[in-house]
Design a protein around this ligand. Structure first.
Ligand code: NAP
Length: 571
């Protein structure tokens, strides 16, 4: 089939289009117009989902009013059929009729699926294209596969843009999508992305690979596709309008990781220090997938979080002394020759906030817990000459760590009669929706409490400590310090610690205010009933933004969560 040149070409050339198209849905035309009016100033590129309307054709005259009033806006009319993942129940012919009317109404672009094009009579799509810019689209709601085969079929039909949307079931699917875009964007106007939580890489970096634009939700809760992020996130957090071939890519890798606060913090730091870099959440379900993605994107640096802090060590060409000592790595640098170098900034995340308040040499410090972060804490504090005590739910693990680090293991029953300079909570108790405290009131005898939990900003344990006039160091400080050190390792610049602390504090406030929901980083492991453990009751959480200090250092990521998005449809 012949691809024709249209009078609309000059109106839809790629350089005229913003990189972000915002999907607008509504129950009726007034609803869509109301939303569009509130969005158009910041989002001059929109897609109206006509298939969400009971009678799309009837709504067009009303929508025309908006289009006439806003010549600055470029608007796509989409009326996706049910069989292709939309809500329009009519035939392909009926869909064509509505899109043709949309063209007359003043929409600059219409979206029609490959499957509809295949049903239409010869020449009908070309006729539509003579009236309006056509986006020929294909959506795979299950996987990312047969991209070339699909595109070969699409190229048989005339279109101004070829849009291929798949679903990422691995990080590597993003790589496949970006390679696909790179292969065709010189010859064709391409739009491509992967849906799903694992598709964030393609949503941000797809434009760098050749996608003319990408899609975003107007706000949280208005997503029209799985994994869709908001336009403001794409622009403000990921700075999508600035992403280019020189943009360095960093990310936090873990499972789960979708709601990590690291992207907010690190992207703010990059922007503040004018580093041309973007930081993404990389949901890696396997190390193999992560490594394949890292080598192909290529990613310049990684923040490693659970459960890969130990596993990553085997993939490193070399590492710093702390990584070797602790046996865990939370920071990776990828060199030009693709070798990976590991650092541990979790240690500094614990040590720096304490050193800003006291001399650690000789300080008496209790670490509650014997997991990954406790390990970093104990090694770091012992290196500084502190007298370290460990208590743990599973005594054997606490004893093993104590033996390895020359710390002292304590029985839980001894705690009530002891006092410390610092008590550090290195368990997940108090995190997310968990409202427990790892210690009872009578066991809380110290000058300082350092609760490494930072979501929520105020835990039950912290409240208990404040009630006893114990000075509280919030987990936010560890998070910021470990991130600051990572920033310095990656960029070679001093980290903007105050800015990093501020943005995370604000994000924690939004969590507490209920703007977004808290999602735990990982389920808190159930304990086999142990004599050492005493559960605690519940307490409400509230945010206290307590900024951090000045040094650099590291830690793992947390996961705040988004509001459960109502999935209105799929793109
Ligand atoms: P981990 O390796 O899973 O270790 C968890 C430790 O907590 C283990 O010692 C475990 O005891 C103990 N524990 C778990 N559930 C418990 C319960 N119900 N009662 C008593 N003890 C329990 O986790 P991790 O990586 O060390 O992280 C621990 C917490 O530190 C995280 O949940 C997070 O809140 C916080 N953290 C904060 C930052 C930051 O930047 N602020 C960074 C990383 C982590 P057993 O040995 O008996 O299993």
């Amino acid at each position: 089939m012949q691809v024709s040149t249209t009078v609309f070409a000059s109106r839809i050339q790629r350089f005229r289009l913003p990189r972000v198209c915002v999907a607008v849905v509504g129950e009726d035309a007034s609803n869509i117009i109301e939303r569009a009016e509130s969005l158009v100033r910041d989002n001059p590129f929109m897609e109206f989902r006509l298939d969400y309307l009971a009678q799309p054709a009837v709504a067009l005259p009303k929508l025309k009013h908006f289009l006439d009033l806003h010549p600055e806006a470029t608007v796509i009319a989409t009326c996706r059929r049910v069989v292709n993942g939309g809500k329009f129940k009519g035939s392909a012919a009926a869909q064509l009729d509505i899109l043709t009317k949309a063209a007359v109404t003043g929409f600059q672009l219409v979206d029609i699926e490959l499957q509809s094009a295949e049903i239409l009579k010869s020449g009908e799509l070309a006729e539509l294209k003579d009236r309006v810019g056509v986006i020929l689209s294909f959506h795979d709601f299950k996987a990312t596969k047969r991209l070339e085969e699909t595109f070969a079929a699409m190229k048989q039909y005339p279109a101004d843009f070829y849009k291929v949307v798949s679903t990422a079931t691995s990080l590597y699917d993003n790589v496949q999508m970006m390679k696909f875009l790179q292969a065709h964007s010189a010859q064709h106007e391409m739009v491509g992305l992967c849906m799903g939580e694992q598709g964030i890489i393609s949503r941000v970096l797809g434009v760098r690979a050749g996608s003319v634009f990408t899609f975003a939700a107007a706000t949280r809760g208005e997503e029209t596709a799985p994994g869709q992020v908001t336009a403001s996130e794409l622009r403000d957090t990921y700075r999508i309008e600035m992403v280019d071939a020189a943009t360095q890519v960093y990310g936090v890798a873990g499972d789960p990781v979708a709601h990590s606060m690291s992207p907010i913090m690190m992207n703010s730091a990059f922007r503040r220090e004018t580093v041309n870099a973007v930081f993404l959440a990389l949901h890696a379900k396997t190390m193999k997938d992560l490594m394949a993605c890292v080598s192909d994107i290529p990613i310049r640096g990684l923040s490693i979080t659970m459960p890969y802090k130990q596993d990553i060590v085997g993939s490193l060409s070399n590492s710093d002394a702390l990584t070797k000592q602790v046996g865990a790595c939370n920071t990776v640098v990828r060199s030009q020759d693709a070798k990976l170098y590991g650092f541990n900034t979790d240690v500094a995340g614990v040590v720096v906030p304490l050193e800003q308040r006291m001399t650690l040499q000789g300080a008496k410090i209790l670490v509650v817990g014997a997991g990954g972060v406790a390990r970093a804490a104990v090694f770091g504090l012992k290196n500084k000459g502190a007298e370290v005590f460990i208590v743990n739910r599973t005594p054997e693990k606490g004893q093993a760590l104590a033996k390895q680090t020359k710390a002292k293991f304590l029985k839980r029953t001894d705690l009530a009669k002891m006092s410390f300079d610092v008590i550090i909570n290195a368990t997940p108790l108090g995190m997310g929706s968990n409202r427990q405290s790892p210690l009872e009131d009578k066991e809380l005898n110290a000058k300082f409490l350092f609760d490494l939990v930072y979501v929520p900003a105020e835990t039950k344990l912290m409240k208990m400590a404040r009630a006893k006039n114990i000075q509280v160091i919030p987990g936010l400080e560890m998070f910021v310090q470990q991130g600051a050190r990572q920033f310095e390792i990656w960029s070679g610049k001093p980290a903007p610690v105050a800015e990093m602390s501020f943005v995370v504090s604000k994000a924690l406030e939004r969590l507490a205010a209920g703007t977004v929901e808290v999602e735990e980083e990982a389920p808190i492991p159930k304990a086999k009933p142990r004599t050492e453990e005493k559960p605690a009751p519940k307490a409400p959480a509230k945010p206290t933004a307590r900024p951090a200090a000045k040094k650099p250092v590291k830690t793992a990521a947390k996961k705040p969560a988004k509001k459960a998005a109502k999935k209105l449809a799929k793109r």
